[in-house]
Write a protein that binds this ligand. Structure first.
Ligand code: NAD
Length: 257
């Protein structure tokens, strides 16, 4: 098993990438601390893991709140004795997020609070725990939009993911000699609720699909496989990377018909 004897904390574990990663990491032997603001679905994730013979616990936390993040890290160490993998994955894409002229300040602030400050708080409290465990792996979910601009605007979201990517590089550099690896997972457009709510018409979906060489949206389970690799010792020489898992969208200038 690729994560035997490891403890992994995953934020946003009630849905999408976070849930799929929790299920997969547990299958690979990790004990899971599933974190989310959505209690019902988070407990469902934990139940799914338990039903398939894995070990997991749910912790309710709003990643934009410092005290919640401090408590989630403490819960991992209290419950399982250590923390080896920190997957800062929770994020939002606000439905009112648009271009610079039309996006309201509160939409900007909420997006930054969850997407950027949430990653910062995860690291602020989690790095000490990884150090106490002798090192570990941090994965921060950024996005392909941290590398490319889109004409379908989501200005706060895009800026937030740019911040996650640059924060990741600096964290990786600072902590490299402590055996703490930090990588940014950059998913392409996925067939998850988050994006499908935003691309809520067939026309908007097609407008996006035309740019993806593979001609389809990605699946949360495909992101989980990539996160598993970054979490595992197989990625022992990988830190500070922009780990794009995007159907080729960031490689393409013109895509096939
Ligand atoms: P999702 O909406 O299915 O899951 C996000 C989870 O985060 C939800 O369970 C939600 O309850 C939780 N969450 C939201 N705010 C929170 C908070 N303040 N504290 C704790 N938990 C909170 O979406 P997903 O597609 O699985 O997204 C996961 C990550 O992947 C996000 O960071 C997202 O920005 C990123 N991403 C998604 C796509 C895509 O196309 N879906 C593409 C690139 C990057």
């Amino acid at each position: 098993m690729r994560l035997a004897n490891k403890v992994a904390l995953i934020t946003g574990a009630s849905s999408g990438i976070g849930r799929e990663s929790a299920l997969l990491f547990a299958k690979e032997g990790a004990k899971i601390v599933a974190v989310d603001i959505n209690v019902a679905d988070g407990e469902e994730t934990v139940k799914m893991i338990a039903d398939s013979g894995g070990q997991a616990t749910f912790v309710k936390a709003d990643v934009s709140r410092a005290e919640d993040c401090e408590a989630m890290i403490a819960a991992a160490e209290d419950r399982y004795g250590a923390l080896h993998v920190l997957f800062n994955n929770a994020g939002i894409m606000h439905s009112q997020d648009d271009n610079a002229e039309t996006t309201e300040e509160d939409v900007w602030d909420l997006t930054m609070a969850i997407n950027v400050k949430g990653v910062f708080f995860g690291c602020k409290y989690g790095i000490g725990a990884l150090r106490r465990a002798g090192g570990g792996s941090i994965i921060n979910t950024a996005s392909f939009v941290s590398l490319l601009g889109a004409a379908t605007p989501q200005i706060a979201y895009t800026a937030s993911k740019g911040a996650v990517l640059s924060m990741t590089r600096e964290l990786a550099t600072i902590h490299a000699r402590e055996n703490i690896r930090v990588n940014a997972l950059c998913p392409g457009p996925l067939r998850t609720e988050l994006l499908m709510k935003f691309l809520n018409t067939e026309e908007k979906k097609q407008r996006r699909l035309v740019h993806i060489p593979m001609g389809r949206f990605g699946e949360a389970a495909e992101m989980a496989q990539s996160a598993l690799f970054l979490a595992s010792d197989e990625a022992s020489y990988i830190t500070g990377s922009t780990f794009s898992v995007d159907g080729g969208i960031t490689a393409a200038y013109v895509t096939p018909e």
